[in-house]
Design a protein around this ligand. Structure first.
Ligand SMILES: Nc1ncnc2c1ncn2[C@@H]1O[C@H](COP(=O)(O)OP(=O)(O)OP(=O)(O)O)[C@@H](O)[C@H]1O
Ligand SMILES: [Mg+2]
Length: 233
């Protein structure tokens, strides 16, 4: 094994006879933001769930070099607890207590712009704000690895920008971030992008390299070319 934060070797997962993931190998370094792209049903969530320990692979192996934070595509929150209580609960589950716990919770509330909501009951929040709370809960114990399945889905454009600045700052502290997204403007901000097509990782490179590899003028064009090539195989 290498010293990568995330290392996956030929991961595969079938549901019944149907393959959802077919031999995905991947290494993600500390401080790297890696974006997973691919059409609906291409296997993004399946890969993230396996790495998060929420799903067993049918074949293959993986290694994570530290603690993880996970934001599921269908994230769960305790609706009857306040915003702050939700973050406290998640953070305590990861073993933090006392002054460290309080400081971490305060920092997460601040980072996701949730300070004004901290004493509100979670079920009062709109979907986008709940999603921000799910992110705040996942990052507050300062995991070495963040696994996020479409962390900005349903979040308004301004808040998406804030969330991305937060993720970039977290990555600069050495955290490895693997996230799924359908937003190309977000993909452009990733250090590397992995493109999944029917469970296969058909491209894995920096946005600029993907563009020059395909000879396309934009990332949109490059991904379309990758998809066309993937389907032709
Ligand atoms: N629990 C399950 N039981 C059966 N099939 C499943 C299950 N979970 C996922 N699949 C199938 O595995 C494939 C990959 O699904 P997955 O959720 O990983 O895709 P995705 O890339 O995350 O899609 P989306 O962009 O819609 O979130 C799909 O064909 C899906 O129907
Ligand atoms: Mg998904």
């Amino acid at each position: 094994m290498t010293d990568a934060a995330i290392s996956a070797n030929e991961l595969a997962r079938n549901f019944g006879q149907r393959p959802a993931l077919r031999g995905v190998s991947l290494e993600i370094g500390r401080g790297e933001i890696y974006g997973l792209l691919g059409s609906n049903g291409s296997g993004k969530s399946t890969l993230i769930k396996i790495l998060a320990g929420a799903l067993k692979p049918t074949a293959g192996r993986f290694h994570l070099s530290g603690t993880t934070g996970y934001v599921a595509q269908r994230f769960g929150l305790y609706e009857d607890l306040t915003v702050e209580e939700n973050i406290v609960f998640h953070t305590r589950c990861h073993g933090l207590s006392g002054a460290t716990l309080t400081a971490s919770v305060d920092e997460s509330l601040q980072l996701l712009g949730l300070n004004d909501w901290r004493r509100r009951t979670t079920n009062e929040l709109s979907f986008g704000w709940k999603h921000r709370l799910a992110i705040a809960s996942a990052i507050s114990h300062k995991p070495a690895i963040l696994l996020m399945d479409e962390p900005t889905a349903g979040i308004d454009p301004v808040a998406r920008g804030i969330t991305w600045r937060t993720l970039a700052a977290i990555a600069r502290t050495g955290t490895a971030i693997l996230l799924a997204t359908h937003h190309l403007d977000e993909a452009e901000q990733c250090h590397r992008i992995g493109f999944l097509e029917e469970g296969r990782l058909i491209a894995s490179n920096s946005p600029t390299e993907l563009i020059s590899q395909t000879g396309q003028p934009t990332l949109t064009g490059a991904l379309a070319a990758m998809a066309a090539k993937g389907q032709a195989q």
